[in-house]
Design a binder for this molecule. Sequence first.
Ligand code: URA
Ligand code: SF4
Length: 472
Amino acid sequence: MHYLYAKDFAQWRAQARDMLARGLTPLDVAWEASEQQSFFTATLPPAPSSTIEINVPKTFLALAKTIACHRSDKRWDLLYQLLFRLHCGEKNLMHIPTDPLMYALLRMHKAIRRDAHKMKAFVRFKKIEDESGEHYIAWHEPDHRVTPMVAPFFSRRFSSMRWAVITPDDSAYWDGETLDYGPGLTRDAAPSGDALDALWRDYYRATFNPARIKLKMMKSEMPVRYWKNLPETKIIASMLAEAPERVEAMLAHTQAMPDSAESFLPVLRDLAHLREASKGCEGCELHRQATQTVFGEGPENARLMLIGEQPGDEEDKTGHPFTGPAGQLLDEALTFAGIRREEVYITNAVKHFRFLYKDSFRQHQSPSRYHIQACKPWLIGEIAAIKPQLIVCLGNSAARSLLGSGFTMKNGRGILHPHLPPVLATYHPAAILRAPAQERASLRTFMFDDIQHAARNINADSGNNKHRFGIE
Ligand code: URA
Ligand code: SF4
């Protein structure tokens, strides 16, 4: 038996490759919790003279990097078992969640993901001011070593602030430009202890400009939709005059809203796993009010994919996309184009219904750019799983999600945008139903013709287009 020690994923990976090349099985090696315990009981078998090819699916790397954050001392052994079995030809192993090894790893993965979310939601920064200006410090005790997973999220969210997140394992520092990692500290060093203050000053003394940073912070941290109805100059002036507590409250509020579905996506991203995982998505605040996640529907080998905006009142109740009035008009358009609904994949840019109560009526509200962005990982996951030949975006929300915020119906409708797969945008059926009576017929004709145009650009013989894919 050979006893090894890895301090991080990169070290484990190098060792694992070496052990595999020497033909050592999981029974021959063990990774120990500390460096002192690592030793070789026997001479290692020789390494092969040429490098061996290790073929593992891409998902292995993603899973392994996450598992590396788990606190269990067993993590490296389990990963070596997985690597070994994949290498020995169990190509499908990662798609068998009931295999005991996969079961254990997926549970660990889930625990880490949950912990990363807790960190995003519960970290509270404390403001500290000194002669170098203001900075924010948070102390957090994660269950797993998730700081490197979450720190980039904080640097995006609080990009203009200088902050530090301190944990017992490690610490992350952001100076407005660069993310740095340092050693773990004890609780009494954070957030107001002298040691931490000194540490902080060392990092940030040079670059601070309070006026600039404060203003930028307001702009980047306060969701713009909260102040869109007020003249910008007025709100910024009053913001600058706000008490610091107000700023704190605002920060706490934005922190409580993780801004992406990304970390809710499953390791295995086939349609069934994506759909199942989407039920638990809390990637933006829309899940709180809506009844359920409305995921896309249709065959996994669909050649055409249709993307709407978000579920409506009816879809929120049924759980299926386009089951209300807009869905009926869409069905007519599909029939006109000679397509059966069962052969297309239909989904939405946003998977939860956004609405406002008006009396007892749930009034549809368009999702904001923020929701569309937060929900986009699901859409990308669906596109990657289906690999359609062509995508039709119904309405501006879906079109802007894929074609960029500059998209307009006026200039971009009805043409095949040269993406992989190509994207065509047209009017949303609900927009047609809402349009003034005199415009309705012509909008309807445009939409029907556009969908027919899309249908004609699908190659009926070649099945779907698994090799051509690249939308991000
Ligand atoms: N409108 C949409 O965009 N999607 C639906 O599922 C229903 C109405
Ligand atoms: Fe998640 Fe999308 Fe629902 Fe937001 S709208 S909670 S990102 S599924």
